[in-house]
Write a protein that binds this ligand. Structure first.
Ligand code: SF4
Length: 329
């Protein structure tokens, strides 16, 4: 039995398995149009020790050079083009498309991707699009390269650097990233029904905290493993799992899970301990405590009253605790 809330153990098992693609400028590489970079402190100072990084720069790959004229997305004759910001007759659409297609092939096997926000190549969303006269349009979209990656690998955990400043979004990305790494590790060992059921067991409360709907649908997909080829079932399950984990885990949903887990200790705890635990969960629900508070108490009780099912739950540590830099959620 693996004790998944032993952070050291779970982090060690994940360390060699996470292949993270990143926009190269986030690594501090001076590849931007102006010869600068967009160094991402969280990536380099926190996440780097846990992942193997592969940098991608589609604009350099397209041969645009460093430095190079700034480019932007433009709607011209009802087509999306990538043109010079100062000189719209400079059109690099074809070169950027070709480079992005090549890099997409190289992205096979990645565990996740961290994009550079706002870039016409790497921005994940909300990248500005201009009309032929250079006026910004109301609608926005993803950059050329980011769109291709997300289209080709729709379940790949992706995020952009700016959104990592938001505690909820950062934790959501880390949760999906480390979960996907565990999935890839399971596939490397060889897919079979028993492995799949075991994987689901370990992620049940984690998925429930993000989405009760996807939690139930995932369970149904695994209900009859003989009905269809195991590869088809696994793909359906992964789709539900990753879609579910992308839903925001609110305080209300976490409270539901905490209450469920609290039920395991009903017969063990003294009345005063039960009341203290309930109070702590309610104070978390009201926003007066971070999630770590009831989680730590539950872990404490679990050490005293071990339970095989609870001890394998990744809910207690979906990713290494050292990466959780938030003190408020
Ligand atoms: S945002 Fe993308 S294309 Fe632009 S410099 Fe960074 S890696 Fe290169």
């Amino acid at each position: 039995m693996v004790d998944t809330f032993n952070d050291e153990q779970s982090s060690q098992s994940s360390q060699a398995l996470i292949n993270l693609g990143v926009s190269a400028c986030l690594m501090g590489e001076k590849v931007r149009y102006d010869g600068g970079h967009k160094k991402c402190d969280f990536l380099l100072d926190k996440l780097h020790p846990w992942v193997r990084i592969t940098p991608f720069c589609p604009e350099v790959k397209a041969g645009l050079g460093i430095p190079r004229p700034a480019i932007r997305l433009a709607q011209i004759d009802e087509q999306l083009r990538v043109v010079g910001t100062k000189d719209a007759t400079v059109d690099v659409t074809d070169a950027l498309n070709r480079a992005s297609d090549d890099l997409c092939l190289q992205a096979q096997g990645l565990t996740g991707f961290l994009f550079c926000a706002k870039s016409p190549s790497c921005g994940m969303e909300r990248v500005k699009v201009y009309d032929e006269k250079g006026n910004p349009l109301v609608s926005t979209r993803g950059g050329i390269f980011a769109d291709k990656i997300r289209h080709q690998y729709p379940l790949l955990p992706c995020e952009e650097n700016g959104r990592l400043n938001d505690d909820l979004l950062r934790n959501s990305f880390l949760t999906r990233l480390f979960c996907y790494a565990r999935w890839q590790a399971m596939l490397r060992e060889g897919l079979n029904g028993a492995q799949l059921l075991d994987f689901h067991s370990r992620h049940k409360y984690l998925l429930l905290a993000h989405s009760e709907r996807y939690y139930r649908e995932a369970g149904k997909v695994l209900a009859n493993l003989k009905a269809r080829p195991i590869e088809v079932i696994a793909q359906d399950y992964l789709t539900l799992l990753m879609t579910g984990l992308a839903c925001v885990a609110t305080r209300k949903k976490h409270t539901n899970v905490l209450m469920h887990i609290q039920g395991y200790f009903k017969k063990h705890l003294e009345k005063s301990d039960k009341q203290a635990l309930t109070q702590m969960i309610l104070r978390y629900q009201q926003g007066l405590l971070p999630l770590a508070s009831p989680i730590e108490i539950l872990k404490h009780h679990l050490r005293h009253y071990p339970d095989d099912y609870l001890q394998i739950q990744y809910y207690f540590s979906p990713f290494p605790a050292q990466l959780n830099t938030s003190s408020v959620i």
